[in-house]
Design a protein around this ligand. Sequence first.
Ligand SMILES: Cc1ncc(COP(=O)(O)O)c(C=O)c1O
Length: 385
Amino acid sequence: MKKKPNTILTHAGSKPAEYHGAVNVPPHRMSTIVFNTYAEFEKVPNVPFSYGRAGTPTSAAFEEGIAQIEGAYRSVSTPSGLSAILTALLAFAKQGDHLLLTDNCYGPARKTSEEVLRRFGVDVEYYPPMIGADIAKLFRPNTKLVFMEAPGSLTFEVQDIGAITDAAKKAGIRTAIDNSWATPLFFRPMDLGIDISVMAATKYIGGHSDAMLGVVSANEDSWPHIKRAALMLGLCAGSEELYLGTRGLRTLHVRLPHHQKSALEIGAWLQQQKAVKRLLHPAFPSCPGHENWKKYFTGSTGTFSVILHETRREKIAKMLDGMQIFRMGFSWGGFESLLFPEQPKPSRTASAWEETGFSLRIHIGLEDAEDLKADLDAGLKRLEG
Ligand SMILES: Cc1ncc(COP(=O)(O)O)c(C=O)c1O
């Protein structure tokens, strides 16, 4: 029976028959795994579980759930979103290879590429996020991977994912995308022919701001490279985190529409406020790549930015220090609303970010949208006062 995403999310990975009827696979605290007979021992590595680092029933449950909603061949969990990104990059890069990364990718992914990959002789090049099919002009005989992120961190441009993927496919180059923002509920990379999808499960998948977790999903052709890289890097997520990741899957389809609805309502209100210069939310025409969002995504989530007219530090501080519900924090995807001030300009090298204003990266949580608006309204008044 072909199941719809909500049913998959509710049940994937659950094995009551193996756990005395319990619907949740418990956290397995396993390093040692023993074998009953020499014949069993001889089958390693072709056994489900052989040693804690290589996988446990708890990681298998989470990975099964993710692979099912991604429509991937298989998935592997990692201890953070950043380690998931590094796994995807390292799986295909060796000394002398060329990798293309979108210029608006998550900042630490950029740093990791430079401080790990470049140090080991991999040529990392950034490309303008809105390059589309022209990405082909950057391909070299040694280009191994094109890494996308849509929408991009902080500036929220939505790339022409389809055009980039098609160009790479024609050239025999693999593609990967950071899908943490949309999750497979609102964008399915594999359906578009992307080879690898990475997510910071720390964000919407976990959803409760209490677990660091990453996951890499791959099609059949890319899977052996991904699994091997995760194994060789010694990456294994903690059992509590994996348990929380799977628990997060159970309510993802209930939480995301709430984040979406409140963020759309608050985004529409924010863009009418005179302190706001520009709204960078993929579902609004003011966001670069809005047309691409319409083409490829089936929904939007709760994370976006606004550019403010005001740039004076003391005014920004007055606004932020008085917030009653929004807290200042770097994360997003949890139940709570967050914001933080940012100036995205300095991290670009392939394409200029023309906006000069100060931006606020906002995550709309599960609170009442009217309360959130009132908190922002009072904040904007402090900014203007
Ligand atoms: C788009 C994106 N990808 C990856 C990550 C990294 O995730 P983690 O913090 O779990 O390493 C983040 C974290 O903020 C992110 O925003």
